[in-house]
Design a protein around this ligand. Structure first.
Ligand code: FES
Ligand code: FE2
Length: 341
C-alpha cells in the first residue's frame, strides 16, 4: 500500500522559490513544474510533455504558456495544449494535468488529489503569524532521506531531543520526565512539563533567565502533513497561566512535510516566536540553530530508514516512549488506507 495521502494541502515551495524561471520538484511521486504567470499567479503542471514525455521544466515560458523544449508544443496554465508547431489540429491527448495552488504564509500550497475537493479553507492555520509582538523565521527547507512516516514519528518523539540535539535544544534534565499523549480524529499531541530545570543553551541565549525555569513542550501533529511544536520557557515557581507563559519565551515551531517519493521528504520549516522582534542577530541565530537541529534529525532518520530497507524490519522493540510516534503513524496509515479503499 502506498503511504501517500493525496487529498490534502501540501507545501510545494516557498513563495520566493516560484518565479518566472521553471522550478522542478517531485511531490507525492509526481514530477511537477512550477512557475508564475506575468500577473504573479503561481501555476503547477505535470512536468512531462504529452508528446514524448520530455520534462517541461526543460522548456521555457512563452508569455503565460509553457513551451516544450523538444518540439515546441505549447501548454496554457490549465495544461491544455494550445499550439502544435507544423499542424493545425490539436490532438485530444495533447494535455497535461494542472494542480490547484494557494499562496499563503509565504508558501505555495498544492493539492495533489481530487481537484473538486481542493477547499482552501482546509489549509492549516498558522498561529500568531502577523500579530503584534510575534516574529517569524521562515524559508527553511531541507530534503530529508526518510519517508514521511518515519519523519512524522521523529517529530512526535520528545525522547530523542536529549540525545540527538545535545548541541542545540537537548536538555538532559528532561530525559526522565514522562510524556503524556492525547489524540483526536486528525491530530496527536504528546507533551510534558519539566519544572525547576536549568534552561537549555538556546533559551539561555534568548531569554533573561536568572535561575531555574519551567519548560513545556507540546508536540502536535496535524494529519497529514503539519507538525507544530509549542515550547514555553518561563521562570520557575509561577503558575502556568497563559499570561505568565506569554511573559516567558514562547515559540511555535512548524514543519510542513511533503513526501517527495515513498522514501524521501521535503521538509519545510517555519518558526513563530514572541521574542527578539526586529533583531537581525537573533533571527540569523535562530535560523542557523533550527537548521542545524533539523539536519541532526535528518542524519538519524536517514540512517534508520537505510537499516529498515536493508532488513525489512521497521522496529524491533517497543518502549513506552513510542506511544506518541506509534499513534501518529497509525493515524496516517489509516488515512492513506481509507483514501485508497
Ligand atoms: S516532447 Fe514535447 S513537444 Fe515533443
Ligand atoms: Fe529532533
Amino acid at each position: 500500500m502506498s503511504i501517500y495521502i493525496k487529498n490534502a494541502w501540501y507545501v510545494a515551495a516557498w513563495a520566493n522559490e516560484v518565479n518566472r524561471d521553471l522550478l522542478k520538484r517531485r511531490i507525492l511521486g509526481e514530477p511537477i513544474v512550477l512557475y508564475r504567470k506575468n500577473d504573479g499567479t503561481p501555476v503547477a503542471l505535470i512536468d512531462r510533455c504529452a508528446h514524448k514525455l520530455l520534462p517541461l521544466s526543460m522548456g521555457h515560458l512563452a508569455g503565460d504558456n509553457l513551451q516544450c523544449g523538444y518540439h515546441g508544443l505549447e501548454y496554457d496554465c490549465s495544461g491544455a495544449c494550445v499550439r502544435v508547431p507544423g499542424q493545425d489540429r490539436i490532438p485530444a491527448t495533447a494535455k497535461v494535468r494542472s494542480f490547484p495552488l494557494v499562496e499563503r504564509y509565504n508558501a505555495i500550497w498544492i493539492w495533489m488529489g481530487d481537484p473538486a475537493m481542493a477547499d482552501p479553507s482546509k489549509i492549516h492555520t498558522v498561529r500568531k503569524i502577523g500579530e503584534p509582538g510575534w516574529s517569524v523565521v521562515d524559508g527553511g527547507y531541507q530534503l530529508h532521506g526518510g519517508d514521511f512516516l518515519n519523519i512524522a514519528e521523529n517529530l512526535q518523539d520528545p525522547a530523542h531531543t536529549t540525545y540527538v540535539h545535545v548541541r542545540t535544544i537537548g536538555n538532559p534534565a528532561t530525559s526522565e520526565v514522562p510524556v503524556k499523549v492525547e489524540q483526536g480524529d486528525d491530530y496527536v499531541v504528546a507533551y510534558r512539563w519539566s519544572n525547576n530545570v536549568p534552561p537549555p543553551p538556546i533559551d539561555k541565549k534568548n531569554g533573561n533567565f536568572k535561575g531555574l525555569v519551567d519548560r513545556c513542550q507540546y508536540y502536535n501533529y496535524f494529519a497529514p502533513c503539519v507538525s507544530r511544536v509549542d515550547v514555553v520557557t518561563m521562570d520557575a515557581g509561577q503558575e502556568h497561566t497563559e499570561e505568565n507563559m506569554d511573559k516567558g519565551l514562547r515559540v511555535y515551531s512548524y514543519k510542513f512535510l511533503t513526501p517527495e517519493t515513498e522514501s524521501t521528504t521535503h521538509f519545510f520549516w517555519m518558526q513563530v516566536r514572541n521574542f527578539g522582534a526586529g533583531d537581525a542577530k537573533v533571527q540569523a541565530e535562530l535560523f542557523a540553530g533550527l537548521n542545524q537541529t533539523f539536519a541532526e534529525d535528518n542524519v538519524i532518520v536517514t540512517a534508520v530508514q537505510r537499516e529498515q530497507a536493508a532488513t525489512g524490519v521497521r522496529q524491533q522493540t517497543w518502549l513506552s516512549i513510542d506511544a506518541g510516534p506509534s499513534r501518529v503513524r497509525k493515524m496516517l496509515e489509516d488515512m492513506a488506507a481509507a483514501e485508497q479503499a
